[in-house]
Design a protein around this ligand. Sequence first.
Ligand SMILES: Cc1cc2nc3c(=O)[nH]c(=O)nc-3n(C[C@H](O)[C@H](O)[C@H](O)COP(=O)(O)OP(=O)(O)OC[C@H]3O[C@@H](n4cnc5c(N)ncnc54)[C@H](O)[C@@H]3O)c2cc1C
Length: 441
Amino acid sequence: MTAIDASYDLAVIGGGPAGVATVLAARARQPHWRLLWCRGPEPVGRGFLPAYGGNSLVHRLNVPVERMGLDAEAPVDFFDWLRSEHPGREVVPGQFVPRRWFGEYLEARVQASDSATCFGAVRTLRKHDDVWRIDLGDGGAEGHAAAAKTARRVALCLGMPAGLPMAHAPTHWIADPWAWWRALPAQGVPVGDAETVLVVGSGLTAVDMVLGLRERGFRGRIRVVSPGGRWSQAHAPAAPLAPDVREALDDALDEAATARQVLGVLREFAARHPWRAVIDALRADTNARWAGLAPDEQRRVLRHAFGVWNRHRHRMAPDVCAALDADAALSLESGRIGVDGEGRILKRDRFGETVLDVALALDCRGPGFRAALAGDSLLARLVRDGVLEAHPLGTGVRTPADPSLTVIGAARFGERFETSAVPELRQQAVEVVRRWVVSGR
Ligand SMILES: Cc1cc2nc3c(=O)[nH]c(=O)nc-3n(C[C@H](O)[C@H](O)[C@H](O)COP(=O)(O)OP(=O)(O)OC[C@H]3O[C@@H](n4cnc5c(N)ncnc54)[C@H](O)[C@@H]3O)c2cc1C
């Protein structure tokens, strides 16, 4: 790493995989650029939070190892790195390896990136005379010298927004399960086997929490409650659709103008062909198909089909599914969890409302796309300041009109549908750097 300089060709804001991929894409294509990388408020050495900084090997990737590389032109880069740096791990294609290993890979790539790096939260961003001024509210840099930096271009890689907090939550309600997890002592959990843990939500973070509690020896009851009451599906080998089937699927989807029609086509094809192959066939076109839907239809997808889509699209490693199925003290229930004005945790389902007596409640309801522009995040402030424009769905921002500013990752949700997993992040990173190189701006 080099020392902070006065002015940069590109400032990358955000220290997650999107930030790393953008720094690497710029370094590879414009080696002479002066790069500033604002890695965010996480303390140095805490790894890549929330997804890849964990301390447990049971938390696994949901993408096969050979597809997780940071370089869009060499997606097997992570696999190659594991094979050369850690041959003893004996990784093979198709494996769903621990996410911690991916964090190690990110750190290794960062070490080679040669960018000026600063930590701390960027407070705001303004443009004067073709130069972006980046305000690092808390000093931010290596040392605490200048609290503002300037750059010609800025890439915002800010990750998933935080979920909305639960009003009146009691003290045993854990709003940030990853922060809680990391703060646990080296062994054990702060609940006894006679007690019950509630996990709110049944997505991948919920699965991680269940696996982590069991790994640490908790044998008590775990109740997982979500509106759908279902886990994500498991990965399984599925040969790609035959070309004629793929063509028929594309034609049928071209004709589908409403959310209901799109779902109908998918159901019809999934009934006649392996459903995993049908979902996977869509991936490259998902964003274009999403953009082809009218705004009201997009809202319908989010309201009625987002959960079912996520369960089929973001699949789990098969042995993770098997471990959940085999766990007799684990229940998965459908219902909605709330907290009343007295701090009691309530479950509402088709039978009515019950008060839950649990020792711990882990809030795993997910990233809260609808909260993307609420609160005091940098993204929300930039929208309020007029630097960025909110997407009409309220789930993220539009592509900035100013070509010297770009947004990568989850903050684009709305304009894009697939925009948060590593394969999409690395693609966006390369595209924007190419655009800057071609336009010369
Ligand atoms: C539990 C979990 C498991 C996942 N597993 C997978 C998987 O197996 N495969 C896959 O492809 N995807 C997975 N994902 C999805 C995705 O890859 C990750 O969410 C990934 O971390 C997203 O990268 P990102 O860089 O966009 O965001 P993040 O990793 O969230 O990084 C955002 C960065 O922005 C910084 N930041 C925020 N605000 C500011 C500010 N004001 N100033 C400066 N910096 C700021 C943050 O500090 C952070 O460094 C998973 C997600 C989660 C939550």
